[in-house]
Write a protein that binds this ligand. Structure first.
Ligand SMILES: *Cc1c(COP(=O)(O)O)cnc(C)c1O
Length: 228
């Protein structure tokens, strides 16, 4: 049976190979371990094998896990859809939010970010697959949203996040990720982050400039939502 440590070694090798193929420094690509539906013990195992950044989609589940792991210096990333009534807890308990797609949510996160914490790192989720995905702002709405978020005092806008529609066609996958990078470049803002690429498409995302790949299945195995 493969362990989480074995899986981390394998994913790190995929990242290194993809970076080399793209002529990029693999140190510029962060591995964000997506631990949704997995127990705190799995996070602890991944931490022991060297990972520090963990992504969660469901607030209550994340808060429970965080409470079990307060002895570890972890960096927590919220990557799921955000309802207004969840913003206070997210502002209080996370270091990054990758899934901001409207101004109202960003304003609440800024207002509710505790004064003793550094600015909350923000990625705007953008929908580059049209109707195939419900989450994310439209490319047309992105410039105004990014400018407004960049002005909020307790947030630090870092870049864009996207989940393009999965496809077996590598050229189409590359084009979708390239579109995210092109959108980022078109914003005249000092952004340094492209959160894109998951277990099945991290090579394509890295080829197009990803700086965070968000990896769940390839690290922790398949998720069983029936048990969650
Ligand atoms: C679940 C999830 C991931 C991880 O997906 P895998 O295919 O398991 O690697 C990445 N990003 C987001 C936003 C997710 O919800």
């Amino acid at each position: 049976m493969t362990t989480i440590a074995d899986n981390i070694t394998a994913v790190a090798a995929r990242i290194a190979a993809a970076a080399q193929a793209a002529g990029r420094d693999s140190a510029a690509i962060g591995l964000l371990a997506v631990s949704k539906t997995k127990p705190a013990a799995a996070v602890r195992e991944a931490y022991a094998a060297g990972l520090r950044d963990f992504g969660e989609n469901y607030l209550q589940e994340a808060l429970g896990k965080q409470a079990e792991l307060t002895d570890l210096p972890l960096c927590w990333h919220f990557i799921g859809p955000i309802q207004s009534n969840k913003t206070r807890a997210i502002a209080e308990h996370f270091d990054w939010v990758h899934s901001v797609d409207r101004l109202k949510i960003a304003q609440r996160l800024s207002e509710q970010r505790p004064a003793n914490l550094p600015p909350l790192n923000i990625c705007i989720q953008v929908n580059v697959s049209g109707e195939a995905s419900k989450s994310g702002c439209t490319p047309a709405d992105l410039p105004a949203l990014a400018t407004a978020i960049a002005d909020l005092p307790n947030l630090r806008l870092r870049g864009l996040m996207a989940i393009p529609e999965p496809t077996e066609d590598r050229a189409a996958q590359d084009a979708a990720f390239a579109a995210v990078r092109t959108l980022q470049d078109s914003l005249n803002l000092p952004l340094d982050t492209l959160s894109m690429g998951m277990s099945h498409d991290l090579e394509s995302a890295i080829a197009q400039g990803a700086t965070w790949v968000r990896i769940g299945t390839a690290l922790f195995g398949a998720r069983d939502y029936g048990q969650a």
